[in-house]
Design a protein around this ligand. Structure first.
Ligand code: NAP
Length: 252
């Protein structure tokens, strides 16, 4: 039997960017821990398909996390129609790979909006309700690039560094209102975002040598960290960046 500290029964969780990949895996993990789950993404049919795969109780909310007004309207509507959002996972994100000297400025802008403005947009909209209630959990999905750079992804690295620091800022402003705001920083996981790397045998060989655990991560291996940070088990954990990376950031 699961320890009561990790039980999410009676809680409602919104996971942004959860029609596939890590977001979908975390939504499933929160559902299995007892939470009601709301999936988010921009593509309505992809969302409906994801909800169907998770089963009957799962709800969807299609909106673009880069749009501050749209996020606020969607969150306020969810609070009225479904009830309180107790757990927010700010997961939606994107990648664009290019040498920095050739990096297209529009791709840089899009990365900023998708990876960091989104955390502000949805985080602020949800926190306003959580603050009134005096409790809530916000989990931002950072990256090993919160701490370390890699060739060809400097703007992504900048956005994920910012996610780490925005997490600390959220904790600093909102802990006094009873919220816990933390981040999970995944290493390398096989998702559509990483399709180019998964297909690159040389990259996989490098990654397996570079990672102390000697392998790619499985999405299910992020669930424990997410349930911990979403549950009463983390009631005094605030502004923490929890690396789930097979030891990459621990070693040179
Ligand atoms: P993914 O497979 O590409 O999935 C991204 C999800 O975000 C999709 O559901 C996508 O759905 C949604 N999305 C993208 N832009 C959006 C927007 N503007 N508004 C709403 N939803 C949006 O990515 P992933 O690999 O699972 O990554 C998820 C998060 O983990 C990202 O923040 C990523 O940076 C981070 N991360 C991933 C890894 C990894 O190894 N994969 C490692 C470290 C960190 P729609 O396109 O339908 O909107």
């Amino acid at each position: 039997m699961t320890h009561h500290l990790f039980d999410l029964s009676g809680k409602r969780a919104l996971v942004t960017g959860s029609s596939q990949g890590i977001g979908f895996g975390l939504a499933k993990g929160l559902l299995d821990a007892g939470a009601e789950v709301v999936l988010n993404g921009r593509d309505i049919s992809k969302l409906a398909d994801a909800a169907q795969r998770l089963g009957g109780t799962v709800k969807t909310a299609a909106f673009d996390v880069t749009d501050h007004a749209a996020a606020r309207i969607a969150i306020d509507a969810l609070e009225v129609e479904l009830g309180s959002i107790d757990i927010l996972v700010n997961n939606a994100g994107m990648q664009h790979r290019s040498p920095l000297e050739e990096f297209p400025p529009d791709a840089f802008e899009k990365l900023l909006h998708t990876n960091i403005s989104s955390v502000f947009n949805v985080g602020q909209a949800v926190a306003r309700h959580m603050i009134k209630r005096g409790h809530g959990k916000i989990i931002n999905i950072a990256s090993v690039q919160t701490a370390l750079a890699r060739p060809g992804i400097a703007p992504y690295t900048a956005t994920k560094g910012a996610v780490g620091n925005l997490t600390k800022g959220m904790a600093t402003d909102w802990a006094r209102h009873g919220l816990q705001c933390n981040a999970i920083a995944p290493g390398y996981f096989d998702t559509p975002l990483n399709a180019a790397l998964v297909a690159d045998a040389e990259f996989s060989r490098w990654l397996e040598r570079r990672t102390p655990a000697g392998r790619w991560g499985q999405i299910e291996e992020l669930i424990g960290a997410c349930v911990f940070l979403a549950s009463d088990a983390s009631s005094f954990v605030n502004g923490h960046i929890l690396y789930v990376d097979g030891g990459i950031t621990a070693s040179l």
